[in-house]
Write a protein that binds this ligand. Structure first.
Ligand SMILES: Cc1ncc(COP(=O)(O)O)c(C=O)c1O
Length: 430
């Protein structure tokens, strides 16, 4: 329940704040005042374990001292000189080169996820062969809300979609297979249809995809899915553009989720996990694409906040800590614990239809009953609110809750968080 001081602020701001907040904010109705490591504190002094890691941004938790120091020091020196070089930029680029696959050795810096997806689309469009004017996307993919990115998102994200020049392929959403098949007897029909689509349509220049669908509820494709699709893209000259805005930076147990599926993208969009919540994004790409004269004319990768010194400082400190403290290995270890605890839940709760994920990224899908699998957003909302009241913050979207704790959390706190989730499930579903 929202306590007194928070209620007062929410009432005041509601007079002027535009509606259209995320479900999380609208249902949660909390005013967060402070964050330290995995813990948030609201204005009335209540504390929450943050298993949404900000908005999947706080890989190091909130207020990591090294990031605070880097930002503070940079704030004293310099804030914005457009995209001119600053002393730390070379080191940041070298860090990225050490973390990303060797073929992705050229980077352009931006400030948001949607902005970097737009930049990827510009590179695709600039380098595409004549006549290749369509872009492939996958059902359930989310890529941002700017016009170009929105063309790739064929579902309701708060305002109307328009498909533009994008065409849609099947994602491997096995729990709700749109083809009404079951893995593995389906023989990955979804992948073969995408393959056929790609082969039949010579005007497609690129496939923009999340290797694991994030916003749609952490949809992890089964083995074989990506192999078939990437092979089809390769043999038909279709670029692979991985949107790893949410999955990139180690969240799934490898720096890129693509690595786990054998996908070798030509371009990758990165943002959320890279700079501890500071606006920062990277388009990583093959040198020949990023340097292509049609894609790299004067100003092509520049914008007001692109690569600003504060973003660079935050990203550099975050990535240095991730690398030095071997936090991606830590994601794998903690991920196994999370996997074990979460996968035990559906047996206890009939309305928990599916639990899936990898690394420190999980989705819980709520249904009215197991047989019909009818989505139950009211249950997801009730569990979300109850968990908040108990001191656990997760991410809410429709009938799905997502869990994404910081990489730096210790085992007892991870356990405590899952315990709070269990209590919330018991209160709402039992
Ligand atoms: C995969 C993916 N791409 C793009 C975006 C858009 O990022 P932003 O909200 O920073 O524009 C998001 C945001 O959640 C995302 O999850």
């Amino acid at each position: 329940m929202t306590a007194r001081q928070q209620r007062e602020r929410l009432e005041r701001e509601a007079r002027h704040l535009a509606p259209g907040a995320s479900e999380e904010a609208a249902v949660g109705r909390r005013v967060f005042a402070e964050g330290r490591g995995p813990v948030l504190t609201d204005l009335d002094g209540n504390q929450y374990l943050d298993f949404a890691a900000g908005t999947l941004t706080q890989s190091l938790g909130h207020g990591h001292p090294e990031v605070v120091a880097a930002l503070t020091e940079q704030a004293r020196r310099l804030w914005n000189v457009h995209d001119s070089a600053t002393p730390d930029r070379a080191a940041l680029l070298e860090l990225l080169a050490g973390l990303l696959p060797e073929r992705l050795d050229t980077y352009a810096l931006f400030s948001t996820g949607a902005e970097v997806v737009e930049a990827a689309l510009r590179v695709v469009q600039a380098t595409a062969a004549p006549g290749r004017n369509r872009i492939g996307a996958l059902r359930g993919g989310f890529h941002g809300k700017t016009t170009g990115a929105r063309m790739l998102v064929h579902w309701d994200v708060g305002h109307q979609s328009f498909a533009g020049n994008s065409i849609l392929g099947y994602s491997a959403y096995c729990y709700r297979c749109p083809l009404e098949l079951t893995y593995p007897s389906c023989g990955l029909r979804c992948a073969s249809l995408v393959r056929k689509h790609i082969a039949d349509k010579p005007n497609v220049s690129a496939l923009v995809f999340e290797p694991v669908l994030g916003a749609a509820g952490v949809v992890v494709p089964p083995p074989g899915y990506w192999e078939q699709i990437t092979e089809a893209c390769r043999s038909n000259g279709v670029l692979l553009v991985a949107d790893e805005v949410l999955t990139g930076g180690g969240r799934t147990g490898t720096f890129l989720a693509s690595e786990q599926f054998g996908v070798e993208p030509d371009l990758v969009a990165l943002s959320k996990g890279l700079a501890s919540g500071f606006p920062f994004a990277v388009l990583a790409g093959r040198a020949d694409l990023m340097h292509h004269p049609a894609a790299s004319g004067a100003g092509a990768y520049a914008s007001t906040y692109a690569g600003n010194p504060l973003g660079i400082a935050a990203a550099r400190a975050t990535l240095e800590v991730i690398e030095r403290d071997r936090l991606i290995e830590r994601v794998r270890v903690l991920g196994e614990l999370l996997h074990e605890r979460l996968h035990a839940l559906p047996a206890r709760f009939e309305n928990l239809g599916d639990v899936r994920g990898l690394g420190l990224l999980y989705g819980l899908e709520f249904v009215t009953d197991r047989a019909s699998r009818t989505p139950a957003p009211h249950l997801a909302r009730a569990v979300y609110s109850t968990a908040l009241d108990l001191g656990l913050r997760v991410a809410l979207g429709g009938h799905i809750l997502r869990l994404a704790p910081p990489f730096t959390i210790d085992e007892p706190l991870l356990d405590e968080g899952v315990g709070l989730l269990e209590q919330a499930l018991e209160r709402v579903l039992s």
